[in-house]
Design a protein around this ligand. Structure first.
Ligand SMILES: *[C@@H]1O[C@H](CO)[C@@H](O)[C@H](O)[C@H]1NC(C)=O
Ligand SMILES: *[C@@H]1O[C@H](CO)[C@@H](O)[C@H](O)[C@H]1NC(C)=O
Ligand SMILES: *[C@@H]1O[C@H](CO)[C@@H](O)[C@H](O)[C@H]1NC(C)=O
Length: 258
């Protein structure tokens, strides 16, 4: 384990003592409706891809939920508290953007917002525009997808590599990413550029293997891709399957609000 990895773990513990209390808790907040189609682009860098995530049920989150990008791709169950217009089930959404609007934790587009409505109450809900809600973080489920990476356009073959993580299941945060040539013990760490995008300016030559540290209310755990993820001739815009999926669920209970 290199010095950088040890340092990463150190940061992890600092971060975890803060993060653990949050994850299973039911929180009281507000969710706002926005008809703007810009919801899916922006601060998480998913671009138009996000339109295909989670059946279009995406959300922009407050800074508290976006957490400088660590929260990108996290899933939440949101239930509106106005029982006259809202169903009891609520909606599960995936965080794909940041909205620093001061008064709400979530800004939802049409599909997610109206999914909270009782049958026939969709228009009424949109007119209300802002709703009292309760929400909690839930595991993301990808039945037909493995954890994957997309090679970003900012990459320059062969040495500058930037990848964006897609379809991260479970209820975890990704806090470190290492890359090595397949079969080599020389792992090099990547840096988070923003959100789910990690990069390295002197990437090993491929084919390349990846390993990641994820946390979910416990200390970090390594997730290893057991095979070559990126071919030697990786190309920007391509999506590569890691052959693994994450299903961990946060362990800590809720201290205060539940
Ligand atoms: C943030 O959310 C508000 C609604 O609360 C919306 O009016 C505004 O356009 C959103 N900002 C961005 C950048 O999407
Ligand atoms: C949000 O709050 C900050 C300070 O709390 C204020 O400076 C800012 O103008 C507010 N923004 C909006 C859009 O209300
Ligand atoms: C996920 O990875 C496993 C193991 O490599 C593979 O068998 C499976 O087909 C992959 N699933 C999908 C949906 O690609």
């Amino acid at each position: 384990m290199g010095g950088d990895t040890v340092f990463t773990f150190f940061l992890l513990f600092l971060f975890l003592s803060y993060a653990t209390a949050r994850d299973r808790c039911m929180h009281q907040s507000k969710a706002a409706y926005s008809s703007s189609s810009g919801l899916s682009v922006g601060a998480c860098g998913y671009g138009s891809m996000a339109l295909g995530f989670n059946g279009g049920y995406t959300a922009a989150g407050s800074s508290t939920l976006h957490r400088g990008g660590v929260g990108c791709g996290a899933c939440f169950q949101i239930r509106c508290k106005n029982t006259r217009v809202c169903s009891a089930e609520g909606v599960s959404v995936i965080l794909t953007d940041l909205n620093k609007s001061n008064h709400t934790d979530f800004v939802l587009g049409d599909p997610a917002f109206t999914a909270m409505a009782r049958n026939g109450k969709e228009q009424e809900l949109k007119k209300l525009g802002i709703l009292d809600v309760e929400y909690k973080r839930i595991p993301c489920e990808y039945k037909n997808r493995n954890l994957s990476v997309r090679v970003q356009e900012s990459s320059r073959s062969p040495s500058h590599l930037a990848i964006k993580f897609l379809y991260q299941g479970g209820q975890t945060d990704m806090v470190a990413v290492d890359v090595a040539q397949v079969g080599s013990p020389n792992w090099r760490f990547m840096r988070r550029d923003y959100g789910p995008v990690w990069s390295i300016s002197r990437a090993p030559v491929g084919p390349l293997q990846l390993r990641m540290v994820v946390t979910g209310g416990y200390g970090g755990r390594w997730v290893w891709a057991q095979k070559a993820v990126l071919p030697a001739e990786w190309t920007t815009g391509s999506v590569y399957d890691l052959g693994v999926q994450i299903t961990d669920i946060a362990r800590e209970g809720c201290r205060i609000e539940e």
